[in-house]
Design a protein around this ligand. Sequence first.
Ligand code: ZN
Length: 383
Amino acid sequence: MGSASSSYRVIHLDVDGRIQKVVFSRFCSPCDIKELFCTALGVPRNTNLSLLDSSGAMVSIDPTMPHNTERLPYRVVPMTGGQLADKEELFQNVLTQVAEQFSRAFKINELKTEVTNRLAMLEKRVELEGMKVVEIDKCRKDIKKLREEMASRNNSNFLEDTKKLTPRRDVPSYPKYHLSKETVKALRLPTFDAWQWEPNEMLSCLEHMYHDLGLVKEFNINPITLKRWLLCIHDNYKNNPFHNFRHCFCVTQMMYSMICLCSLQEKFTQVEILILMTAAVCHDLDHPGFNNTYQVNAKTELAVRYNDISPLENHHCAVAFQIFSQPDCNIFSNFDPEAFKLIRQGTITLILATDMARHGEILDSFKQKVDKLTTQMKSTSPV
Ligand SMILES: [Zn+2]
């Protein structure tokens, strides 16, 4: 039996005062032994047990556990609530950890879902943006086409060459044209043929008019500033079929001939003569080649800027004073602020009056004045 005693272990348990003998093999696992003890106690197999010896010391439940006698049995104590709670806590911790692991796994999934969704959104956006790009590209092409069309009609675009406002420094850059006596004489007549002259000749003629009317001397205008200003005026007329620098010259020459022919210098002040001449020179500056009706109907930049109220005339005037705002081109630099104010007011009034929409109204007012003057002259003249 010696071999039997070495292969088997006999343990005595105290189960509620009753001694229960348990025999198990040395090769049993601790789990098997515990299950065996549970069966001996009549409790479920997975019940946690504590084993205490006679001194109250805990005995580990495993195949090598010290054997005992019937007289000194081990007391079997099922796990207390606290102990169970500890175990439960441990279990809960394990569960939490497992849950966390799962959660992380799920989070990764969530992340994956989010990334996928975002990608889908981006793809959609790219698609939409792509459409926008296509639209923008179409618009650009349309604008380019329009610009080309405008350029072909106008030769140059509206206010594109703002550089033109900057005066040329190399004055006098146009060759000094010596006006013959015949030209000077002809220039005073409304029959003057304006079509045979080159721009530099027209510039010389305009310069001559300011000198001839005594304006340069009277207002101490710097002759170089006068040249520079006229050159700048020339540069700020577009190459339109009609509203070009030659038109500027024609109108100014007509004004000049009227002043001469009607002896207006006897009736008007020199400041008024200066205003008449200067308004004539500036009256169509930077004309884009299309009339006010077009500007308003096409809702052009000019029409929007001037609220459909004489957009062109307002623009000509604004460009004129932009030019005067540059000291190099300011023929009024010797005027005091009050005198300049008068010149400015007069010039603005005259240029704004060139809007053909106001032609009837202005002509009627003129006729009334003429009639009044004629009546006055008749009543005062000797019979
Ligand atoms: Zn005009």
